[in-house]
Design a protein around this ligand. Structure first.
Ligand code: NDP
Ligand code: 8X3
Length: 250
């Protein structure tokens, strides 16, 4: 039998890329992102069948066109990993840049909705599927200057709960993975390419890696059909909550 299909958004770096590398063992993969060179390189390195879709999750028409472009044999997406997302800026609420606010709401919230809307009809028709939303500890805690990013992840948390209710009659699983600090390109994007500032976020302790999170994603998607892992909070051992990190632990 063919391996089931997993579609991963934001597969060009960090958690999404690591998830692609792990799920490749037992899945055919549809990898999504905007950086085509990265998609091409990752696809070449994977030992499974891969389709690539290049679109910006903010562009509703592009999301639907990309997913509709899949040939029939790639339409039965069994696992959707809604991972694409980032923080943009880290400012006091009265000093924040509305362009950053738009980016976070449009990508982290509306993008997740558009991709889910495009994939869900197949899942509801087949009465089978698993949606894994990558939320964050920021989905249920708020930290100084985290305002809009935290709001976007609180929205993801609400959408996860809403999806779980509405999709329950169809036997579709919905999981939220909620990591704390993971060293990826996340902070570089948040600080607009300032690599030094980004590095400082992870200094003095051992943060989670993208691979750590990907292993958890693999665990939740490989449970038997009757088992739904609902929410997973994942932290570095040095992290107690959003604001307390033991930075003398290395
Ligand atoms: P990265 O910056 O390494 O990866 C982000 C991914 O999202 C990239 O593949 C990027 O691809 C994609 N992406 C960003 N914007 C868009 C867009 N507009 N359209 C399509 N794809 C987009 O960060 P992480 O791997 O850390 O982040 C992945 C998820 O994990 C995010 O949702 C983040 O909020 C969440 N998270 C991260 C934590 C951390 O500490 N790192 C902790 C908790 C949650 P491309 O640029 O090629 O489009
Ligand atoms: C990313 C983790 O703590 O930077 O969601 O918000 S944090």
């Amino acid at each position: 039998m063919d391996k089931p299909i997993a579609l991963i958004t934001g597969a060009t770096s960090g958690i999404g890329e690591a998830t692609a590398r792990i799920l490749a063992k037992n899945h055919r993969l549809i990898l999504c992102g905007r950086r085509q060179d990265r998609l091409d390189r990752i696809a070449q390195e994977l030992d499974t069948e891969v389709r690539l879709l290049n679109f910006d999750v903010r562009e509703r028409a592009d999301v639907f066109a990309a997913i509709e472009s899949l040939p029939p044999e790639w339409r039965e997406v069994e696992v959707l990993v809604n991972n694409a997302g980032n923080a943009h800026g880290m400012d006091l609420i009265h000093e924040g840049d509305p362009d950053d606010w738009d980016a976070m709401i449009d990508i982290n919230v509306k993008g997740l909705l558009y991709v889910s809307k495009a994939i869900l009809p197949g899942m509801t028709e087949r009465k089978s599927g698993h949606i894994v939303n990558i939320s964050s500890i920021a989905g249920f805690e708020v930290y100084p200057k985290g305002n809009v990013y935290c709001a976007s992840k609180h929205a993801v948390d609400a959408l996860t709960k809403g999806m779980r209710l509405d999709l329950n009659p169809f036997g579709i699983k919905v999981t939220s993975i909620d990591p704390g600090l993971v060293e990826t390109e996340f902070s570089e994007v948040r600080f607009k390419g300032d690599k030094e500032r980004a590095k400082n976020v992870y200094k003095g302790f051992t943060p989670l890696t993208a691979h750590d999170v990907a292993q958890t994603i693999e665990f939740v998607v490989s449970r038997p059909r009757h088992v739904l892992v609902g929410d997973v909070l994942m932290l570095a051992t040095a992290q107690a909550n959003s604001t307390i990190v033991n930075k003398n632990s290395q």
